[in-house]
Write a protein that binds this ligand. Structure first.
Ligand code: UDP
Length: 338
């Protein structure tokens, strides 16, 4: 079977690896001049910078962990995040350690008002009350322990030599066309047996049901001779940025100069990148119409955050690709991966 994949990000790359191993002929078309999608990283001076914001790998899914471990070693890094709040600087998620740092405990609604409201309204650009519970509850509350790790998953770590290096190994022997307009991958896909599309689903259908809302980010990078005292500092207040992070923490690098990035959320338009789907309110209604169109295309599979319009963590993108591709995998991979 000849397969064309649009997008060399995590979903497209996992699909490519699995389909190639199952004996299919796979080719990838990518609009950006590099592989690895939003997981892309690269050296700036002596520090590995996450081009599209911090990617911290974590999963409880051993199948996903074992699959990626074929392509990388891990450094075991577990991120800890602090937040600047009206109660001072405290560890996030809220735990007994946060109550200690704040000098008092908070009720659930106190936590919502002092920690989640301002940050969320900056991040999503809509009133807090209109956010779905899935987002409002994404960061857990730890009322019975002092665990200050951001994630508690069984498997955590960063690819030991970075994400781009891991992707490079995954894509070995797979033709990847970089910097190619999406139209060309559509033409190639029309001559293929299967098309895997990982771009924005509204772009695929030429916005015929209107534009889907996505949230974008602007990054402000600063070189610094000293490391930020915490890997990530969230701003749970009305400052215009949501967080700053120091890239040297993730691979524990000791560069002469590190890079600290400030992240400013903003609406997505033609001048910036789509980062977060907004599958609630209008977004959910518009997406339902595109999903109905997608169902009628038996030779096209939509994969990943942009094409399935869902807030997938990295491990979820891998699991989704494996699950949706299962009919096309070799018997051995089906057995190992599902
Ligand atoms: N959030 C918040 N304050 C924080 C951290 C998170 O209000 O200090 C909320 C906010 O709505 C955010 C969501 O929780 O969009 C998910 O946070 P997470 O850190 O998982 O976001 P990501 O790293 O995916 O941007």
């Amino acid at each position: 079977m000849k397969v064309i994949i649009t997008g060399a990000g995590l979903s497209g790359t996992v699909a490519a690896v699995l389909l190639k191993r199952a004996g299919h002929r796979v080719e990838i078309y990518e609009t950006r001049p590099h592989i690895a999608g939003n997981c892309h990283d690269g050296k700036t001076g002596g520090v590995t910078v996450h081009t599209y914001g911090p990617h911290l790998f974590h999963t409880n899914n051993t199948m996903v962990w074992n699959f990626l471990s074929r392509f990388t070693a891990w450094n075991g890094y577990q991120v800890r995040v602090v937040a600047d709040t009206a109660l001072g600087r405290i560890p996030i998620p809220w735990s007994l350690a946060s109550a200690d740092a704040a000098g008092r405990d908070l009720t659930d609604s106190g936590i919502r008002d002092l920690i989640f409201r301002d940050y969320s309204e900056k991040q999503w650009g809509i009133p807090f009350a209109e956010l779905p519970d899935a987002i409002r509850n994404r960061v857990p509350l730890r009322r019975d322990n002092h665990d200050t790790r951001y994630f508690t998953d069984r498997h955590q770590g960063q690819p030991a030599d970075g994400f781009t290096a891991m992707f490079t190994r995954m894509l070995e022997g797979i033709p990847v066309h970089l910097g190619v307009p999406e139209g060309l991958s559509m033409e190639a896909a029309a001559r293929a047996d299967l098309h895997i599309y990982t771009g924005k689903i509204d772009s695929y259908f030429r916005h015929r049901h209107g534009r889907l809302p996505y949230r974008s980010l602007r990054f402000e990078h600063t070189r610094s001779a000293t490391r930020q005292p915490h890997a990530v500092i969230n701003q749970c207040n009305t400052l215009p940025w949501t967080r700053t992070y120091d890239h040297a923490w993730f691979l524990d690098e000791n560069p002469a100069e590190t890079v600290v990035t400030r992240e400013y959320p903003l609406a997505h338009d033609d001048t910036n990148e789509p980062f977060y789907p907004m599958p609630f309110g209008d977004g959910m209604e518009i997406h339902a119409r595109y999903k109905a169109l997608a169902r009628n295309l038996p030779h096209t599979l939509f994969l990943g955050r942009l094409a399935t319009y869902s807030y997938l963590d990295m491990w979820m993108a891998v699991a989704q690709a494996v699950t949706l591709l299962r009919h096309h995998l070799s018997p051995a991979d089906r057995k190992d991966l599902l």
